[in-house]
Design a protein around this ligand. Structure first.
Ligand SMILES: [Mg+2]
Ligand SMILES: [Zn+2]
Length: 186
């Protein structure tokens, strides 16, 4: 698939995509990667709505609250945040790879999901959820991205990301067709 002409919204996973390691980090301690703020700025400049979509099962263990996550995403400039607080065993409809969070967002914000983009670091959750609703899917190689492509590839072997980006900023630059200046790494 090519870039979408008129992107209605971008869904961005949190852990391993915006910042952190891919593991749970409490909102008190979570910091976006340096380049993530540039990605948020670009999307804002282009008037593209950003929605967070994230599994946070530690909420069900009372280790953090939904409000703490929502406040975090709003502070990053997100328009709204869709959060699954359940554990995998709760049989909810929103735990990624289920597409419930995307469907809820589409309903709430009147979105056509095939004109939306999903960016995440995990094939077996983010990419499968995106695939289920026909959204454009970009895998980033931060967080679990590299292992998603290698040791865990068989879990989502039937689908291909539409694009693989080094990180969130490069994903956004690709979407907006902005030439990427790869920084010199010593
Ligand atoms: Mg992640
Ligand atoms: Zn859920």
């Amino acid at each position: 698939m090519d870039q979408i002409k008129n992107i209605e919204a971008i869904f961005i996973d949190r852990d391993g995509t915006i910042g952190g390691t891919g593991h749970f980090i409490h909102p008190k301690h979570f910091k976006p990667y340096e380049f993530s703020n540039d990605a948020f700025k670009l999307l804002k400049e282009h008037g593209i709505r950003m929605f967070a979509f994230t599994n946070q099962h530690r909420i069900s263990r009372k280790e953090a609250s939904i409000t703490e996550f929502q406040e975090e995403f709003l502070s990053f400039g997100f328009h709204d945040a869709f959060i699954c607080p359940h554990s995998e065993d709760d049989a909810c409809m929103c735990h990624k790879p289920k597409p419930g969070l995307l469907i809820e967002a589409a309903r709430k914000h009147n979105l056509e999901l095939k004109n939306c983009v999903v960016i995440g670091d995990v094939g077996s959750t983010d990419m499968l959820a995106a695939h289920a609703v026909g959204a454009l899917k970009i895998l980033v190689l931060t967080g679990w991205g590299k292992s998603s492509l290698h040791q865990h590839r068989e879990i989502w072997k039937d689908i291909e990301p539409d694009h693989i980006a080094q990180n969130l900023l490069e994903a956004v630059q690709w979407l907006l067709k902005i030439p990427q200046k790869t920084p010199v790494r010593n």
